[in-house]
Write a protein that binds this ligand. Structure first.
Ligand code: GLP
Length: 279
């Protein structure tokens, strides 16, 4: 596992956007070779999306041959509700880039048969050839996507009832009224994300410091589902200083001493082969 510690949230956004750009460009996507990207919503990846839009407009990256799969979506929230993940993705990102809308996949929380919707989603990921890079965020309770504490670490895409901590954390998007937060969501499973060739998780803020500690310094634990990625061969966690507050000084020093190596991961003249060998 790699931990890239940066000064603040805007550095995290920029680093992540550069990494996505480099990874897609190194892959050299084309009409017979699509790059498959897993995407999160939330306040954490927002800055990364802004940067990616900027890079696309500047001609540094294209999403023409990219397929995307979002992590999750609320159940029974209309698609055009400003807090639906459909609304977030289209307005924050997709409508500003050159992606073909048919290649941008988001779970449908209003599907008549939710179980079937989840199964189909897994099949669509498989048909696309699997996810090349899954980008994720976490909740303060260490959940990835909507894999709440106690979720199976081999779980697949399914309906999930949200934990009280998540309802409270997300109430800020619903006028601070916890009763307005949908109680259920569709989410990719931990196993779905684990199948990706690479996983990049963005973590900012002191309110997520304990979760980062659980993710890195303690063992794999289904009560902190992000900790499962200790067992993924290519996990990259990008965090800001505030998120490291619960880590041991020794841990922080170790990863900070690797900052030159980390910088190379986003340098345009470095190849992915080099990345793999460094991992
Ligand atoms: C929700 C989403 C997660 C997201 C998390 C963090 O719980 N299901 O996918 O990572 O929120 O959101 P934020 O980045 O706003 O803290």
């Amino acid at each position: 596992m790699r931990l890239v510690i940066l000064d603040n949230a805007s550095d995290v956004a920029e680093w992540a956007a550069k990494y996505v750009t480099k990874t897609i460009n190194d892959f050299q996507p084309g009409p017979n070779k699509y790059f498959v990207l897993g995407l999160p919503t939330g306040s954490t990846p927002y800055g990364m999306y802004q940067k990616l839009i900027e890079y696309q407009k500047a001609g540094k990256i294209s999403f023409k041959y990219v397929k995307t799969f979002n992590m999750d979506e609320y159940v029974n929230l209309p698609r055009d509700h400003p807090e639906s993940y459909h609304y977030y993705m289209w307005n924050t990102f997709f409508k500003h880039i050159d992606i073909d809308p048919k290649n941008a996949h988001i779970l449908d929380g209003n599907a008549p048969d939710l179980v079937k919707e989840c199964l189909n989603y897994e099949n669509k990921i498989k048909e696309a050839g699997g996810i090349d890079l899954f980008i994720g965020g976490i909740g303060p309770d260490g959940h990835i996507a909507f894999n709440e504490p106690g979720s199976s670490l081999t779980s697949r895409t399914r309906v999930k009832t949200l934990a009280q901590d998540t309802l409270e954390a997300n109430a800020r998007f619903f006028g601070n009224d916890v009763s307005k937060v949908p109680k259920q969501a569709l989410t990719v499973g931990v196993g779905t994300v684990m199948d990706a060739k690479e996983v990049m998780i963005l973590i900012n803020g002191s309110h997520k410091a304990f979760a980062l500690y659980k993710a890195i310094e303690e063992g794999v634990n289904h009560m902190w589902t992000v900790s499962a990625f200790q067992q993924h061969p290519h996990t990259l966690i990008i965090c800001d200083e505030d998120a490291t507050l619960e880590l041991r000084v020794k841990t922080v020093k170790y990863f900070k001493a690797l900052s030159d190596v980390h910088q190379k991961l986003i340098q345009e003249n470095e190849t992915m082969e080099r990345y793999r060998t460094l991992h």
